[in-house]
Ligand binder design. Structure first.
Ligand SMILES: Nc1ncnc2c1ncn2[C@@H]1O[C@H](COP(=O)(O)OP(=O)(O)O)[C@@H](O)[C@H]1O
Ligand SMILES: [Mg+2]
Length: 249
């Protein structure tokens, strides 16, 4: 029987799942006799926001650094979908900004991305609007509030038009209003098609933003499920304990 007989016109067809954007396979990383990553494997869905959760020291930042290509794993590998552009951006917990104006920070990043001068002004204007920083474009980047600095770090990461954006606890030092503004920006970036991996300590934030959850503990993946399944009923005792605030390291 052909497909069209099974799903007559007007009825939704189950779509073939898109191939993963990225596959992490048995990542191991050992230092000082400790297995910091003990065989981490997961597949990242092509789109949406994946939250990487886990207590302090679980190996979340290490995992992001390996995905970014900043450090090589001792063994295991990261494979990308064949159509992947290779453009990856990262925003850290503490932004590293140049001692220049907001505009000059973006201009510098665009120059590094080899965007010709004549295109840069318009792109900077767009980035400033998106990150809601137009009002402080001429201010020294380091004089901005914490929330503005993180939105600038995000705008700067967007300069390279990343297909994959890695956010490492980007709001952990922000107040609720600044956190909400950063979350809005994150949702907007995801809606425009970038795949996002968000490391967060904030379970409420993961509930608000994430499509799927990877739960990491002591260098191992305990669960990788949709956010609704994860928050309805975590499967592992470790994830349960984490969600109720009793699993600290
Ligand atoms: N280069 C390193 N050398 C030794 N230990 C490290 C190194 N990088 C991270 N660690 C340790 O590895 C563990 C996992 O680190 P990390 O990925 O930063 O955890 P988190 O989940 O809190 O982001 C921590 O115990 C940390 O102290
Ligand atoms: Mg970390």
């Amino acid at each position: 029987m052909s497909d069209s007989n099974v799903f007559p016109l007007g009825h939704p067809r189950p779509r073939k799942p898109a191939p993963p954007l990225l596959t992490a396979e048995s990542l191991r990383y050992q230092r000082g006799g400790r297995e910091l990553l003990a065989g981490v494997s997961f597949e990242l869905p092509e789109k949406g926001i994946t939250a990487l959760l886990g207590p302090n020291g679980a190996g979340k930042s290490l995992t992001l650094r390996i995905l970014m290509g900043l450090i090589p794993p001792d063994s295991g590998q990261v494979g990308f979908h064949s159509g992947f552009s290779g453009r990856i951006g990262m925003v850290f917990q503490q932004p590293v900004l140049l001692r220049r104006s907001v505009r000059a920070n973006l201009d510098h990043a665009l120059r590094i991305a080899r965007i010709p001068r004549r295109d840069r002004t318009g792109m900077i204007a767009e980035l400033l609007v998106m990150a809601n920083l137009t009002h402080c474009a001429e201010n020294a980047a380091r004089s901005l509030s914490g929330g503005e600095q993180q939105r600038l770090a995000m705008a700067r990461a967007l300069v390279a038009d990343p297909e994959l954006l890695l956010l490492d606890e980007p709001t952990s030092s922000l107040d609720p209003a600044a956190t909400a503004a950063f979350e809005d920006l994150t949702l907007e970036v995801a809606a425009k098609g970038a795949k996002i991996v968000l490391v967060t300590h904030d379970l409420h934030q993961a509930r608000r933003l994430a499509d799927d959850i990877i739960f990491l503990h002591r260098g191992r993946v305990y669960e990788h499920r949709t956010a609704s399944a994860f928050f309805n009923a975590p499967e592992s005792a470790e994830a349960k304990a984490y969600c109720t605030g009793t699993l600290l390291t």
